[in-house]
Design a protein around this ligand. Structure first.
Ligand code: UPG
Ligand code: MN
Length: 726
């Protein structure tokens, strides 16, 4: 069905582009402006057509997988499981509450997996003693929590998730909850104070007193400090309350110096890759964002089903679980589930050579970071880092291991090396995840998409519109960095991975280009309507049907795909509405910022998404109200689009009702329909501008600026349009 539809749809696209070429060639050559409209329409439709082509690669060979855990357990006893190194990144204790980072760590430490085979490495890019403190507390709590999970076979292994779930009624829950709450209170107390004092470390934490010494030095700041590697739990020594071994838990804060670029998360992950290399060197790695806790204790076994399977080629680089989220409101007003990105498109890529890496919830083969599957391993600078080296000095010479761990976490370590270019996570893009997965696949590594019915991991999604747009802008910039580099999927990727994979990766790389057609369709039909110029075929023309088919066909297919994936029609509506709005906000911003940066005018940073929920904002989110609240250039551009659409719809409706245009209405039907559709989509913006009094409404400053700009555009366009003969 899909392929048949694609054939028909492709013909319709060609017909439309042909029509535009004809109009361009027939346009009145003496007036530049009359050339303008068909050229703009051609450009917009050409980009839409390009995007449509790239999405076909997701639809040709989709596959769904299922893991047979009991069979795997029969074939491989858990004594033969490989060791597992887990990487958790955090970067700011105030945007990423340390208690929730600790929950993430605990959820993995409590896996149904031999504890002595798990090592959890926490990377703290904030260089914060508060985060370290939270982990010293979590290490103590783990002694109680892990046996409790085992005894009761809990489905939820993140304490926070367990206590707020319906099945929090096992024997002993009350006692352990008291312990958990007291840990939380202590951590929050320290967070309020902003530092850790000796008193905070009493009873049981005295082991850790020395750990905080580095912060006592005067020149220690979050962005300027030496490397810190601290073992909080050691599987050889530490025991839980029942006497069983605990996993390793290691706190790492890499060295930071202001003059040395730290490459954001990719830099942090490379440090973990090396620190874990000298300490435990597990063949399987799991990367997690600080908010992505494990939601199912057998998740690691699911990944093993692939890594240990005989039928899967030895070139399996990674097993990616989808990003799924908790706490999304009823109709998912921000389209935060990102169903296409995280659930639908990966099925299609999985049927080719594998899905992209999305930064969290991903199991890797360590070897994948050290060269292509066919070639021999690219050697890192020191031998113990070799992915197949055995870490035997761990017991015999613990101090020397710790010294090397500090050494490999230093700023200068990567100087002049292949880290970030040929080995490890790759540098150069703000979406290090997408870029790293892409480069691994170009080297020949394959991947698998694993989407079990019970989510393997759950994370936080932004709950204010401003945060969502800033996150998406960061992604857009990162993607453009890849799109316009020498590794562009259109050339480099095409040669390495073939047409379909290259189209899949191009679909993302050129993602911000949606801005061009979306802005064109959000302004051109409206402004021409306001100046009485008809730009689409008459509703009575046969070619009007072509437009209708293209529109209804694309939307119809989209809604069917969404609903068949288990989403509701309302969720689909929110998703497409955000897609429209992003076209007028974060996508153009990403294009502009990327261009400025390319011209050397500005620099990009990695603006962290806050995981702290303001109570009032949380309530509005629950009610499904879109949060504006702050002034930003992105809200201005969005409001301008909203106002101009409203104006053109009202103007068109007024003209028709007053009888002036009855005969012309057919000619303006397309423009009126588009304005109407956008007005419906932008309804919440009108509410935010006019009908709300809460703190999440559109700020007055934004409204006024948008109003002035809208009038300006109108006043500019009217005289210009006089030049175009209708
Ligand atoms: O300098 C930095 C910046 C970020 N992080 C960590 O990176 C993770 C992701 O940051 P977040 O603010 O949550 O960004 P999102 O946009 O939600 O993350 C998505 O997009 C990122 C790329 O832009 C990927 O790295 C993530 O895995 C992916 O979930 C967090 O755990 C941060 O602590 C660092 O460790 N160091
Ligand atoms: Mn995140």
């Amino acid at each position: 069905m899909n392929r048949l539809f694609a054939a028909v749809y492709a013909s319709a696209i060609l017909a439309l582009l042909y029509r535009h070429t004809i109009s361009i060639s027939r346009s009145n050559k003496t007036s530049l402006l009359s050339l303008c409209v068909p050229t703009l329409l051609f450009t917009a439709d050409f980009i839409l057509a390009f995007m449509w082509c790239t999405t076909q690669s997701f639809r040709l060979f989709p596959i769904r997988r299922a893991e047979l855990i009991p069979e795997m357990n029969r074939a491989v006893p858990d004594s033969e499981y490989p060791t597992l190194d887990v990487f958790i990144c955090t970067a700011d204790p105030y945007k990423e509450p340390p208690v929730s980072v600790a929950n993430t760590a605990l959820s993995v430490m409590a896996y149904d997996y031999p504890a002595e085979k798990i090592s959890v490495y926490v990377s703290d890019d904030g260089g914060s003693q508060l985060t370290l403190f939270a982990f010293t507390e979590a290490a103590k709590f783990a002694r109680e929590w892990l046996p409790f999970c085992r005894r009761n076979q809990l489905a939820h292994r993140s304490p926070e998730a367990y206590f707020s779930s319906d099945d929090a009624s096992c024997a002993g829950t009350d006692d352990i909850k008291v312990l958990y709450e007291s840990m939380k209170v202590k951590v929050e107390h320290v967070l309020l104070k902003g530092r850790v004092e000796v008193d905070d470390l009493e009873n049981g934490s005295s082991d850790y007193i020395g750990a905080f010494d580095k912060w006592a030095e005067d020149d220690f700041t979050g962005s300027e400090h030496p490397a810190i590697v601290h073992k909080l739990l050691e599987t050889d020594k530490d025991r839980d309350v029942t006497g069983r071994a605990l996993p390793n838990l290691i706190y790492v804060s890499r060295e930071k110096r202001r003059e040395v670029p730290h490459n954001f998360k990719a830099g942090a992950l490379n440090v973990l890759l090396r620190v874990s290399g000298v300490m435990t060197n597990a063949p399987i790695l799991l990367t997690l964002d600080c908010d992505t806790f494990s939601n199912d204790p057998i998740t690691a076994q699911r990944a093993l089903c692939y890594f240990l399977s005989q039928d899967i080629r030895s070139d399996l680089g990674y097993v990616q679980f989808p990003q799924r989220f908790r706490g999304i409101n009823k109709n998912d007003i921000y389209g935060a589930h990102a169903t296409h990105l995280f659930r639908l498109n990966p099925l299609g890529m999985d049927g080719l050579s594998g899905t992209s890496y999305v930064g969290t919830g991903c199991f890797f083969q360590r070897k994948a970071f050290f060269g292509s599957p066919s070639s021999s391993v690219t050697c890192p600078n020191i031998p113990p880092l070799h992915p197949s080296s055995v870490t035997s000095d761990q017991q015999s010479a613990p101090q020397s291991v710790l010294d090397s761990a500090h050494h490999v976490a230093c700023c200068d370590y990567e100087k002049g090396s292949l880290w970030g270019s040929k080995i490890g996570f790759r540098y150069g893009s703000l979406v290090e995840d997408y870029y790293t997965g892409y480069r691994l696949q170009c080297e020949g590594w394959k991947s698998v998409f694993c989407d079990p019915p019970r989510a393997g991991f759950l994370g936080d999604a932004p709950i204010t519109f401003d945060q969502l747009l800033n996150q998406n802008k960061r992604w857009g910039i990162g993607l453009l960095q890849v799109a316009f580099s020498k590794y562009t999927p259109l050339a480099f990727g095409l040669r390495r991975m073939g047409l379909l994979m290259s189209l899949s990766y191009s679909h993302y790389a050129f993602w911000p280009l949606w801005a061009v057609p979306l802005i064109t369709y959000s302004l051109l039909p409206q402004l021409t309507l306001l100046t009485n110029i008809s730009i689409f075929p008459k509703a009575t023309d046969a070619s009007f049907v072509l437009y209708c088919f293209l529109f209804v066909g694309a939307y119809g297919q989209d809604v069917i795909e969404f609903v068949s994936e288990g989403s509701t029609v309302q969720e689909w509506w929110s998703d497409q509405r955000c897609w429209l709005m992003k076209g007028a906000t974060c996508h153009p911003s990403a294009l502009i910022e990327f261009t400025m940066k390319s011209l050397g005018i500005s620099l990009h940073g990695f603006g962290l998404t806050s995981k702290v929920i303001d109570a009032e904002q949380g309530r509005r989110y629950e009610k499904g109200v879109i949060e504006f609240g702050v002034h930003s250039s992105m809200f201005v551009s969005m409001t301008v689009v909203a106002l101009l659409n409203l104006a053109s719809l009202l103007y068109g409706a007024f003209k028709i009702l007053s009888g002036g245009w009855i005969e012309e209405a057919a000619g303006l039907a397309g423009q009126l329909l588009i304005s109407g559709f956008l007005v419906v989509n932008y309804w919440s913006v009108y509410e935010g501008v006019m009908f709300r009094a809460d703190r999440g409404k559109m700020p007055i400053k934004t409204t006024v600026a948008s109003f002035i700009i809208s009038c300006g555009i109108y006043l500019l366009i009217v005289p210009l349009c006089k030049g175009i003969s209708p």
